[in-house]
Design a protein around this ligand. Structure first.
Ligand code: HEM
Length: 493
């Protein structure tokens, strides 16, 4: 194992000739402008990656903004919601009827670490008890937040198989749960389904405002909001409480993610960043705040204006501000304000955007795309050696000079290696689960990885072989989290 940030080298390719990353923190710098241009080209289809844009009919016009570039939010990776006409009817979400008004969870209702999912349950778009299923899950995140179907399917399918009940397709947005065919599951599962709280399966380290599961002093609490981190986020936004101001945009959120990453490395001896939970889920979640918690309104020209101000941010995270400015968090009380409106239907966020978001993240801090962890002491971060990951077959610089290569790498690492290894520790018989994932998780992912007739067979990854080198990669065995056994060379706590 060598201390090696496997993707950092590659970032310089994306930025052609730019080696000083700090310059990218300044949105007015030429380097940043170059990054934006490159991202726009990717989205416009100049590269093979663009071929998979499902929103092609909107893509060309959506890249035009009055001021050039990507408009005031500088969305480097996505179709800018502000390039579409505001459509009050289409963007309306019912948040006040008896069926969908905010109701906090009762004592038996499950809630977990994902504010987006807690909100859907609190507003009745998911079952209010916190146990949802594949179909409701896809429909809910698409209808309310505008998550594209390919991504919605992949996120839900993963939750069913790893955190839910593969027999009736239910899964929990919190901890262990009871469902219809649970009894029969005993035949296929090693233990009961743990829900998405389970650490190192979906949930990972350096989250936005949750503590790391193994961090000293956390009491294994990776679920509840941790106020000091939330205050750090507000401070990054200069505690600006101006109504309607777009304070918590993509750049700010990714900067917060970078800060959290270094904070975890410096305080958690067992910090671990895996390929799926780390690279994909926690980095994407940070972007989800800027994209999905944001409110939308109409500007003076009839176009959409997306913004995330403090008021909407507090509600999204279940935090209330008192008259004296004191903040109070009540677990499970995440909500959308009655005035909240979703992004334009055409500006959905899909799997391709997850990959482009990673490219954006590396422009802010290259560490975000490293794979590995601390080795039992704080500040001992060691990355998995890139040559091992790619089997030496491909120069890792490809990964960031070419989003297609990055998609392929993530696909192969996740589906061909990490997923089967995880499955074998959770299922007595992996056949049914593999079959289900093959159809519902691998298919959309593969479509992305092989867009433009790219065969995507080149990485002979060995990431999981390295996971055991990091003590924080263990999946905990705790009574209140369900039992999923130990994995990847680790023991149980
Ligand atoms: C089926 C869909 C989804 C699943 C299975 C899911 C699952 C998760 C999980 C397991 C985490 C914990 C990750 C971590 O350790 O940081 C998480 C965090 C998060 N999710 Fe989701 N999520 C889904 C959809 C969404 C949507 C639609 C949104 C936005 C509206 C969202 C926003 C977030 C945010 C902001 C966090 C970070 C919370 C924090 O660290 O404080 N998620 N999600």
């Amino acid at each position: 194992m060598k201390a090696f940030y496997f993707l950092s080298l590659a970032a310089t390719c994306l930025l052609s000739g730019v080696s000083a990353f700090p310059a990218l923190k300044d949105p007015s710098s030429p380097q940043y402008a170059e990054f934006l241009k490159r991202a726009a080209e990717i989205k416009a289809g100049k590269y093979a990656f663009g071929d998979i844009l499902k929103r092609a009919e909107n893509a060309s016009s959506s890249l035009e903004t009055p001021g050039g570039g990507f408009g005031h939010r500088r969305l480097t990776a996505l179709l800018n919601p502000d390039n579409f006409k505001y459509n009050a009817k289409e963007q309306y979400v019912d948040l006040t009827s008896d069926e969908h008004k905010y109701i906090p969870p009762g004592p038996d209702d499950l809630r977990g670490p994902c504010p987006g999912l807690n909100i859907l349950a609190n507003h009745g778009y998911f079952n209010r008890n916190g146990v949802t299923n594949l179909f409701q899950g896809i429909d809910g995140i698409n209808k309310v937040f505008g998550v594209e179907y390919d991504l919605a399917l992949a996120l839900n399918a993963y939750a069913v198989v790893f955190n839910g009940n593969i027999l009736d397709l239910s899964w929990s947005i919190g901890g262990p749960f009871k469902s219809k065919d649970l009894g029969a599951l005993e035949d296929v599962l090693v233990g009961e389904p743990a829900g998405i709280n389970a650490h190192n399966i979906y949930e990972g380290d350096a989250s936005i405002v949750r503590q790391d599961y193994y961090a000293p002093g956390s009491g294994y609490d990776n679920v509840e909001l941790y106020m000091p981190y939330f205050k750090d986020l507000l401070a990054l936004g200069n505690n600006d409480a101006t109504d309607g101001k777009d304070v918590y945009n993509a750049e700010l959120m990714l900067q917060h993610k970078a800060n959290r990453w270094h904070q975890s490395v410096a305080t958690n001896p067992y910090f671990f960043q895996s390929a799926f939970g780390g690279l994909v889920v926690t980095t994407a979640a940070e972007r989800f705040v800027a994209e999905f918690a944001a409110n939308n309104t109409v500007d003076e020209n009839g176009y959409n204006r997306i913004y995330l101000d403090e008021k909407n941010l507090l509600a999204f995270f279940g935090v209330e501000k008192g008259a004296s400015g004191n903040l109070t968090y009540t677990p499970g009380t995440e909500r959308l304000l009655p005035s909240w409106t979703r992004r334009p239907l055409a500006a959905t966020f899909g799997l391709d955007d997850i990959v482009l978001n990673l490219l954006h993240a590396v422009s802010i801090d290259q560490s975000l795309l490293s794979l590995g962890g601390n080795t039992g002491k704080v500040n001992s971060f060691a990355g998995v050696d890139a040559a091992d990951i790619t089997g030496g077959a491909v120069h890792t610089a490809d990964l960031l000079s070419d989003p297609q290569a990055l998609s392929c790498f993530l696909f192969q690492t996740t589906t061909e290696e990490v997923v089967p290894t995880l499955l074998s520790s959770i299922y007595k018989d992996t056949g049914k689960a593999l079959d289900f994932l093959g159809k519902n998780f691998n298919v959309p992912f593969k479509k992305l990885a092989t867009a433009g007739n790219n065969p995507c067979t080149r990485y002979n990854t060995n990431a999981t072989g390295h996971y055991s080198e990091f003590p924080g990669s263990k999946i905990p065995r705790k009574q209140d989290q369900g039992v999923v056994g130990t994995i990847l060379g680790g023991g149980s706590d």
